[in-house]
Ligand binder design. Sequence first.
Ligand SMILES: O=C(O)CCC(=O)C(=O)O
Ligand SMILES: [Fe+2]
Length: 327
Amino acid sequence: MSDISPDDFQSTWFSKPFILTAPVKAWPVSSTWSFETLRTSYADAAFRAESVDWPLRTYLNYMTDSSDESPLYLFDRMFAEKMNLKVALAPSPEADYWPPTCFGFDAFSVLGNQRPDHRWLIVGPARSGSTFHKDPNATSAWNAVITGSKYWIMFHSSLSIQPPPGVYVSEDQSEVTSPLSIAKWLLGFHAEARKTPGCYEGICNAGEVLHVPSGWYHLVLNLEPSIAITQNFVPRARVGAVLHFLKEQKQSISGFSDTVGDAYQLFHDRVGEHDPTLLEEGVQELGRLTKGVKGKWEELTKPEAAADESAGFSFGFEADDEDADVP
Ligand SMILES: O=C(O)CCC(=O)C(=O)O
Ligand SMILES: [Fe+2]
């Protein structure tokens, strides 16, 4: 689609993947950023590439020369500060970029500087990418390609749906592992995955932005050398899912500063101060999810479930099966 309105997103699209072709083209960085201009402006600035901090010059030399099967991927959460960017909340000629308007209010903004890590600059050559995962803390995300292109393959998740082929989830749902490199997964599982009901695929080109709904599995492969910006956020309709995650999957919470003791309580209280109606809606959804998950576990663990396969897991795509949603 070219673009959608905040109302369309909030009512319909918050739970579905999509690509927008218009909003990112209006960003000043869309016309000013290229590998050459970044090299000129930031050659000596250090950016994080997996476990090393390298001057951008070193990384760009590496990625141009590399024929690694799984190239080192630049993924830096402090880029806006390092590059002295102006990130606006709404379109502005003075800013370098802003979140596409359709995504609307981000409920994690109520946490101010206590919000978990939420934005990254992503740079990598062809073949680099991100192996199957769900985004942290049940957040949603947008991922905007400035130059290059990315192939995406995505699956909804729920207790009644198997994880994608070649992806394994621990019994308490806290660990997602995909033990293979992206290349090996593609060779071994891609064909099967594409035939699985509920598989979504897409290519996000330069100047386009893709929406990753909260709780969806995704694998991403750069088809060309790419520069992208991604941001994680919490749409109004997912406040309950995030409360549920922060309450029930404490061992999987990530990206908060060590000074935040109880992320669930902090988010709960701040949303309440900001907008009591939003908190009430979120708490109702939290109750629904807690009941849905408990009910599903009881159904799956009662002895008949093991004997009768039809009562167990299904491969069906149940996008509307919100009761069984595991964010
Ligand atoms: O490699 C990419 O661009 C995808 C990044 C991603 O999925 C993430 O930041 O969670
Ligand atoms: Fe992701």
